[in-house]
Design a protein around this ligand. Sequence first.
Ligand SMILES: Nc1ncnc2c1ncn2[C@@H]1O[C@H](COP(=O)(O)OP(=O)(O)O)[C@@H](O)[C@H]1O
Ligand SMILES: [Mg+2]
Length: 241
Amino acid sequence: MSKVFKQKEHKVNALRNVHCTIYQGEMVAIMGTSGSGKSTLLNMISAIDEPTEGTLFLFGEEANAIYKEPRASNFRKENIGFIFQSFHLLKDLNVEDNIALPLILNDIPSKEIKVRVEETMQQLGIYNWRKHRPHELSGGQKQRVAIARAIITKPPILLADEPTGALDVNTTDDILRLLVDIQSAGQTILLVTHDPYVATYANRVLFFHDGAIVDSYQNEQTEADLDAILAKFKVVSRGEH
Ligand SMILES: Nc1ncnc2c1ncn2[C@@H]1O[C@H](COP(=O)(O)OP(=O)(O)O)[C@@H](O)[C@H]1O
Ligand SMILES: [Mg+2]
């Protein structure tokens, strides 16, 4: 996939011939300096923006014509769960209503919504907060609610853009362990991060620089992973790869 942003005077090659395969059930971390094309890639995968060249394949099949509305919105609703650094919860809705929202938008019967929301709140340890509004929750609790909302539709792909960027160290661990639990239940996760420690929780790390994948690392789930990721990231972000 390639993406060129054309501006008046010059153009930006935000993605240069990026080719990658994310396997079902895998957690992949994308690391790269600011401006390296990470968010652009997530936007292409979620049909928020259209690539200049190239194609997205889902379950081995070309995701056809997904970049035109209304197909783009439907593709996103059916296939993508999103979590963000800043949670993006609706402040006037309580926890259970925030989580129910994607199901309401998908016209799921209200009885089924009630069952699924309860199940998911139990799974993520937020059932006791179901009547609370976002401002009454800690950062970690808010991110749990956001994760519940993202997975309630059982999307094939969960995209996470710096999901622990606004959390302290202990809460970061909680949320990363939660993502690993969700992955063990079969969820495919694509995670963008600046933080080598966060990337150790993934199965595999892809390193981005200037719109291209320039290196990768397969985590061995040992102590050595953090140093290996850090070393590769240093080389990549200096442009020395
Ligand atoms: N809508 C846009 N218009 C023009 N340039 C853009 C746009 N979005 C991103 N870019 C440029 O594309 C490059 C990659 O951006 P982005 O994917 O946001 O990087 P990252 O998420 O890795 O920080 C940057 O040079 C950025 O300025
Ligand atoms: Mg970004």
